[in-house]
Design a protein around this ligand. Structure first.
Ligand code: DGJ
Length: 692
């Protein structure tokens, strides 16, 4: 039998799969676009030698490596029959369906069928791949990997993500070496600690140059990932639901989609592919043409102390600063005076709101702001009427360790979903609400995939019935950020840290996946509540203005100077948000490790803004020139320092941008870079550029 060959490609990359003898195919090539290649020759050329101490042939590293074919690395499927026997299939080809940019392959072994789908998006370059299994007889499924991708060989390290509350998106380098790098998220949610992705740079790749491969698993129930180097040197990447999160026997199962992309423009080539794909293909926008509104969120201003006159006063001040949406956070329902009580009792607290939410919402509407509200639907406090009525609705043992004094509803229970739907729908029906901040403040008592499926079902039903309501995914900040939840929401609360310095770093790394349009960023209080730092209003405002901007301090604390800066930066953001919403966020390779810099480049390349944040003091005395990226080498650009006025007395020299615009070529900006004035740490330079 001739090898079966499939080639998916876009202008940037090629993915070539080859199956021999009707067996599962291997991805024999994933990288820069192949042109005019004889694919049959490629299939033969891919074969590797064997030597002493090896089997007589190399067992295929297929899209679902099979133990029964002597593959001695990690298998792509781990399952058991009901009686407990291991299932070790040897799949054989059944059918292939080829579309313009897609491929569906089905294989079977007896009553077990395996399907893998691949689709490559010609504009965003994202490859979406998914695996499914179905079985005539129920089986226990311990692990099914989404289609398995090979990892590059000319690569010495890989990056995955760690994190914590108020410290999300920490990139972790790991050297490639024999054996397995494994992630196994047992928390039952995406988690601050486990953003489900891996980046695989070729040796020498930077933000702006070189080859990088990336994969992200779009699932909110906790993932597992393994990056394995086999004794023969081959490398595989597997992603799937965390093992053993399907406790009951199944007859059908789909992995979540894996989103893969190759870049020959460094990390930025992956970042812009993910940003565009998320914004344009994953998120569904209730009001696609409405500018992203400036948020005001009252959490760090009042916490649980809701007083109608105070909230009205705060709203008036927020509107005056430029806010366009007021979000009433935790504390409006049940008897929620602190975090020990009332989750699950979603009735408005008559002590705080004797006439309901109407008076507050009316006031907010007279200020021309829209109104948003906080829920934490999946959670229940033992001290709540609903828990007292239905203790059996909570997930896990009754004597489990609580998290923030709360338990988790069993979202796989249809009665629970019905109840929550009724409670939320009642509030959305009674009032003119255009936004929900959907929180999730603890890990699960045990990981179970049906929990995320139940949450998705509730979200899908609410979205179908209230299609004009936007939803923000929050989970103590960034504990639930992934493309699965983003298919149902429009914004993420990236972090509970409103510390502009922390935020600068978190935003910078999150931009590897998230565009400005979905990334919430708020100007926090002068004394940061999560770090104790005192950061000037300029830095706080510009960091928020680099993403979907909002405020979260008590506006009554602002001095005239602070209010003036905030008004000015907010006005700037409003004037620029429409093109920035569609812009690419490009991480710059800063020569100075103290500077975290990015360039937001308009879709048509005609304008850009650079945010150069000084996160620390520098080792050398003067700023090093900052190189830009992705400009037209021969075009001329006018460059202007937007916040010249922030230059301080210790900047005694005369770099051109302190006084004038400069007009230079893209070549100069990319090869030499911009000289910026000397500045203190915890400050930001904002540089605007326009192609002439
Ligand atoms: C955690 C969120 O991340 C905060 O922004 C806030 O909404 C609190 N929960 C409310 O309890």
């Amino acid at each position: 039998m001739k090898p079966q060959i499939w080639h998916l490609s876009d202008a940037r990359q090629s993915l070539v799969l080859v199956g021999e003898n009707g067996d599962l195919p291997q991805i024999i090539y994933w990288g820069a676009r192949l042109r005019g290649e004889d694919l049959a020759a490629l299939a033969r050329a891919h074969r590797m030698d064997v030597t002493g101490g090896m089997l007589d042939e190399n067992p295929p590293l297929s899209i679902c490596p099979e133990a029964a074919r002597s593959f001695s690395g990690q298998a792509g499927l781990k399952a058991r029959a009901l009686e407990g026997d291991l299932i070790r299939p040897r799949f054989k080809f059944v059918s292939a369906q080829e579309g313009d940019n897609s491929l569906a392959l089905t294989y079977a072994d007896g009553g077990l069928r395996y399907t893998a789908t691949f689709a490559i998006h010609p504009q965003t370059h994202i490859i979406t791949a998914q695996a499914s299994i179905s079985s005539d007889a129920p089986i226990y499924l311990d692990w099914l990997a989404a289609p398995v991708f090979p990892a590059p060989q000319l690569s010495d390290e890989m990056f995955d993500f760690a994190g914590r509350w108020i410290g999300e998106f920490q990139m972790q380098p790991h050297p490639w070496r024999a054996g397995i790098l494994a992630r196994d998220n047992r928390t039952g949610r995406t988690g601050h600690e486990h953003f489900p992705a891996i980046l695989l740079p070729a040796r020498g790749a930077t933000n702006c140059a070189g080859e990088v491969w990336a994969l992200h698993y779009g699932w909110s129930g906790g993932h597992a990932m393994l990056a394995e180097e086999l004794p023969d040197g081959r490398r595989q990447i597997q992603f799937g639901h965390a093992p053993q999160t399907e406790p009951a026997p199944i007859t059908a199962f789909d992995t979540a989609p894996i989103y893969a992309v190759f870049s020959d423009h460094g990390f930025n080539g992956c970042a812009t592919a993910y940003q565009r794909h998320l914004r344009d293909e994953i998120v569904t926008w209730p009001h696609p043409d409405r500018p992203r509104p400036v948020h005001y969120n009252c959490w760090e201003a009042v916490y649980f102390n809701h007083s109608l006159p105070e909230l009205k006063d705060i709203a008036t001040r927020a509107a005056d600063l430029g806010a366009e949406r007021f979000v009433l956070d935790d504390g409006w329902f049940g008897r929620r005076d602190d975090d020990t009580t009332s989750l699950g009792d979603w009735a408005i607290d008559p002590r705080k709101y004797p006439d309901g939410l109407g008076p507050l919402i009316d006031h907010i509407h007279t200020l021309k702001m829209t109104f948003g509200i906080w829920f934490e639907p999946e959670m229940v406090n033992p001290d709540s009427d609903i828990y007292r009525a239905h203790p059996d609705w909570a997930l896990g043992a009754t004597d489990q360790i609580l998290g923030r004094q709360q338990m988790v509803f069993d979202m796989s229970n249809a009665q629970v979903r019905e109840y929550l739907y009724g409670q939320i729908a009642a509030v959305l029906t009674a009032y003119d609400i255009d936004y929900i901040k959907w929180d999730h403040n603890r890990v699960l008592p045990h990981a179970d995939a049906s929990q995320a499926r139940g949450t998705y079902a509730l979200l899908d039903r609410l979205r179908a019935d209230f299609p004009r309501v936007e939803i923000e995914s929050c989970s103590s900040g960034g504990g639930r950020i992934d493309f699965g939840i983003m298919a149902r929401t429009q914004r993420v609360w990236l972090s509970d840290s409103n510390d502009a310095l922390e935020r600068l770093r978190i935003q910078h790394n999150a931009a590897l996946f998230l565009p400005m349009a979905v990334t919430g960023s708020h100007v926090g209080p002068r004394h940061c509540h999560t770090s104790g730092r005192v950061i000037g209003i300029e830095m706080r405002a510009w960091v928020a203005a680099a993403r979907h901007m909002g405020f979260e301090m008590d506006p009554r604390e602002l001095t005239d100077h602070e209010a003036g800066v905030l008004r000015d930066v907010t006005a700037w953001w409003k004037a620029n948000r429409d093109w920035m919403r569609r812009a690419d966020i490009l991480r710059l390779d800063s020569a100075d490790p103290a500077v975290i810099a990015e360039q937001q480049l308009a879709q048509d390349g005609g304008r850009f803004v650079v945010f150069a944040g000084k996160a620390d003091t520098s080792a050398q005395i003067l700023p090093r020139p900052l190189r830009l990226t992705a400009l037209e080498a021969d075009a001329r650009y006018r460059i202007r320092l937007r916040n010249k006025g922030d230059a301080i007395g210790l900047s005694r020299g005369a770099p051109l941008l302190k006084s004038d615009d400069m007009v230079v070529t893209g070549q100069y900006l990319m090869r030499q870079g911009i000289n910026l004035p000397w500045s203190f740490p915890l400050t930001m330079w904002v540089i605007e550029g326009e192609r002439l």
